[in-house]
Design a protein around this ligand. Structure first.
Ligand SMILES: [Fe+2]
Length: 289
């Protein structure tokens, strides 16, 4: 078993490729998303950064990469294809775990394109060295302006069964697009059924929660019977905003077990447009028994 597992966390790529969009494709919520992208949101993303990001990720020699949703902007087939090609350039397919976000299911047709490119079922469990990754799908098709999420009852039931089987031989990481605890985002963007997730987190079997959706870096804590669980989001991968917690980039988690305790080190890597390199911020490590 490896001593240290290095996991990269990418989120909210919002890969946009509306060049060939048809009138038929626009006759939906996509029209709202298209106008918003052209007028405002698109200015916050710069996909030319992806080249540098790719080189940096390659250098890091990550064991695994997780992508916590919103791979695309308008869930167009070309967007899925292009973002898949980018992800394939980062690591082998079995070493990338993907969950969808609300933009990947922006209209119901998006589900078909998502599952065509990424053959996945939710929830899933993947063992990576000393870690267990548990991925759920909180993305649902919503009307314009709102982007709430929901976990179906069948997913909740399966997730409960999975967590009952997990044990602390592994460092258990939950992947979800929407923030799984209350108070992080507005009601119209929140996960509707946080109650069920909170019930699972309270048992203390999950050691770390990774999510996206809020478009900023954040570390919060949830207090379980086994102590505090970090609940962490990353900035959108190719974001150009300069406000500290919104600078584009990705996170790396280094996890190892020594003397019957888990140690987690968080590295936030942000792209510096002036130096054309990455700044690194390392956060206090956490010890779990
Ligand atoms: Fe989202």
């Amino acid at each position: 078993m490896h001593n240290i597992t290095k996991i990269g966390h990418l989120t909210d790529i919002h890969y946009s490729y509306p060049e060939n969009i048809t009138i038929k494709q626009l006759m939906s919520k996509r029209l709202y998303g298209y106008i918003f992208w052209k007028l405002s949101k698109g200015k916050r993303f710069d996909f030319s950064m992806l080249k540098e990001i790719k080189e940096d990720i390659k250098k890091e020699q990550l064991d695994h990469i997780v992508v916590t949703g919103d791979l695309t902007q308008l869930c167009l087939p070309e967007e899925f294809y292009k973002v898949k090609t980018f992800l394939q350039s980062l690591h082998s397919q079995e070493n990338i775990s993907i969950i969808p976000g609300n933009h990947d299911f922006y209209v119901s047709e998006g589900k078909k394109h998502f599952y065509k490119e990424f053959q996945l079922q939710y929830p899933f469990v993947k063992i990576i060295n000393n870690c267990a990754l548990i991925g759920v799908n909180s993305a649902v098709v919503t009307p314009p302006v709102v982007s709430y999420g929901y976990l179906t009852q069948s997913q909740i039931k399966k997730l409960q069964e999975i967590t009952e089987r997990l044990d602390n031989r592994y460092f258990n990481i939950l992947l979800i697009h929407h923030p799984p605890i209350n108070g992080i985002t507005f009601w119209n963007k929140a996960l509707i059924n946080t109650k069920e997730i909170i019930k699972i987190l309270k048992t203390g079997i999950i050691n770390l929660v990774l999510y996206g959706h809020i478009h900023r870096f954040s570390i919060r804590y949830f207090f379980s019977i086994n102590g505090k669980i970090p609940v962490i989001s990353a900035s959108p991968l190719a974001y150009t905003l300069r406000k500290h917690n919104q600078i584009g980039g990705y996170n790396i988690y280094e996890i190892n077990r020594a003397n019957n305790k888990w140690r987690l080190i968080i590295k936030r890597k942000t792209y510096n447009f002036q130096t054309k390199s990455f700044d690194v911020e390392t956060f206090d490590f956490f010890i779990f028994s």
